[in-house]
Design a protein around this ligand. Structure first.
Ligand code: MN
Length: 438
């Protein structure tokens, strides 16, 4: 259903995002409006790809549309068009779309039912909202195929997940696993895709794979994701490393979100129109093949009209896209270990704003003092600092010994560190006193 991709030049914005409660690790990606189709275009809100982020896991494209009243807007009418190198995920909140593809599939996309189309080497499909549709509302998502599978054959899978409930949330897992629910759908890289509905003021903590990065697309409601406020049509990005995600619905009304995840996709991709490739030349070839009516894409039967011609190529080489290197933004706090001083510091704009000091005793790392500069009246700084320090210590094979009262409270509140914590015994305290006195 996409006519334009990275050839557009609409402005994009990143919101720094008050009023938040911490949320230092979450980045807010704003949507931009893109018209799809002809004169009665369907306006979609696109959050992926954008300058600040190309992919989340292998998710490389996220369009969010509606609710639109179809009788007045005309709804969706996407004539047969080609795809390469990807899977498309269609997911509706409301309405119905008739799907036809060159594999021979003829299916109806309905709310709560996922349709996953694979078009590695080449596929074509059409999508039309049905005459009975009053309100059209949903998302269209793409998954980039990894190098080894990007020639995968045509495929079409349908799956309607059984909703599961957890702490005021209703969760429909259409790809991957979450909250004890696993989708029996094959993907080429590990992925998570789920609709999460939250009752008014619901708060839910979801265990997630720390090897995944995540994106939370908010459809309705003001959601705090790990403390950061994400508003409707925004995508909250959480880098990998988290073992859980906390979602809070701050609204007096029910909220609806889509959670996407996967391990970071390290390959560069070239995206243009409906094609995903690895080079400009591959894009040129795919376009020529489509225009020539090549067997590569097959034929869509039953669509009442002509297929969609490819737009002209830009007068420039289409450059590969990849995620920006994992660097911290200037206003985000950075936590690092300073070996020479035997402490972890948290810095904002390069200036130290807090520290937690330690001494190593064999395989034990004894945390004995934490302080945060009062000038940085930013919430969550101490907990960000201590959490990163403890993750680093554990990753280095150290046992964590909390002597500092703040660290002791932190590990009590975060049982996920329990298996790495040793008690501060009298011997430890005695050793520490001698060490610090020296
Ligand atoms: Mn399509």
């Amino acid at each position: 259903m996409v006519q334009v991709s990275n050839v557009e030049a609409a402005p994009e914005a990143m919101r720094s995002g008050p009023p938040d409660d911490g949320g230092a690790g979450v980045e807010v990606l704003a949507a931009r409006d893109v018209p799809l189709g002809g004169p009665r275009a369907l306006l979609v809100r696109r959050t992926l790809p954008q300058r600040a982020r190309t992919l989340i896991g292998a998710w490389c494209f996220a369009d969010h549309y509606g609710p639109v009243r179809v009788p007045s807007s005309g709804g969706m009418d996407m004539p047969p068009h080609p795809h390469t190198g990807l899977q498309t995920v269609s997911w509706l909140f409301s309405g119905e779309i008739e799907h036809r593809d060159s594999l021979g599939s003829h299916a109806f996309i309905r709310p709560g039912e996922m349709n996953l189309m694979t078009g590695g080497g080449g596929i074509a499909h059409s999508e039309v909202s049905t005459p009975d549709t009053e309100v059209l509302h949903g998302v269209q998502l793409w998954v980039a195929l990894p190098e080894a599978d990007r020639g995968a054959g045509r495929d079409f899978q349908h799956y309607a997940p059984e909703p599961v409930r957890l702490d005021g949330a209703e969760i429909r897992v259409f790809l991957g696993s979450l909250a004890g629910s696993t989708a029996p759908v094959r993907t080429f890289t590990p992925l998570l895709g789920a609709q999460i509905d939250l009752e008014p003021h619901a708060a839910v903590t979801l265990d997630v794979d720390p090897g995944f990065e995540h994106g939370l697309l908010v459809d309705a409601g003001d959601i705090r994701l790990d403390g950061k406020v994400i508003r409707p049509a925004e995508l909250g990005y959480a880098a990998r490393g988290a073992k859980s995600l906390a979602l809070v619905n701050d609204s007096d009304a029910p909220a609806r979100t889509i959670l996407l995840g996967g391990p970071p996709f390290e390959e560069e991709i070239v995206m243009w129109w409906n094609f995903i490739a690895r080079s400009h030349d591959e894009i040129v070839r795919a376009r020529e093949d489509w225009e020539a009516g090549s067997d590569r894409f097959g034929v869509v039967e039953g669509y009442p009209g002509r297929r969609l011609p490819a737009p002209p190529l830009p007068n420039a080489v289409i450059l590969p896209r990849r995620n920006p290197p994992a660097r911290e933004r200037a206003d985000e706090p950075v936590v690092r270990r300073v070996d020479a001083e035997r402490l972890y510091e948290i810095a904002i704009d390069g200036a130290r704003a807090g520290l937690t000091a330690y001494r190593d005793r064999g395989d034990q790392r004894i945390f004995y003092h934490t302080e945060v500069d009062k000038a940085f009246a930013r919430k969550g700084l101490a907990s960000t600092l201590v959490e990163r320090a403890l993750i680093d210590a554990r990753a280095a094979g150290k046992r964590i010994v909390p002597v500092c009262p703040y660290v002791a409270r932190f590990v009590k509140k975060h049982p996920e560190f329990a298996d790495a914590v040793d008690k501060a015994t009298p011997q430890v305290l005695q050793w520490l006193e001698a060490e610090l006195g020296a």
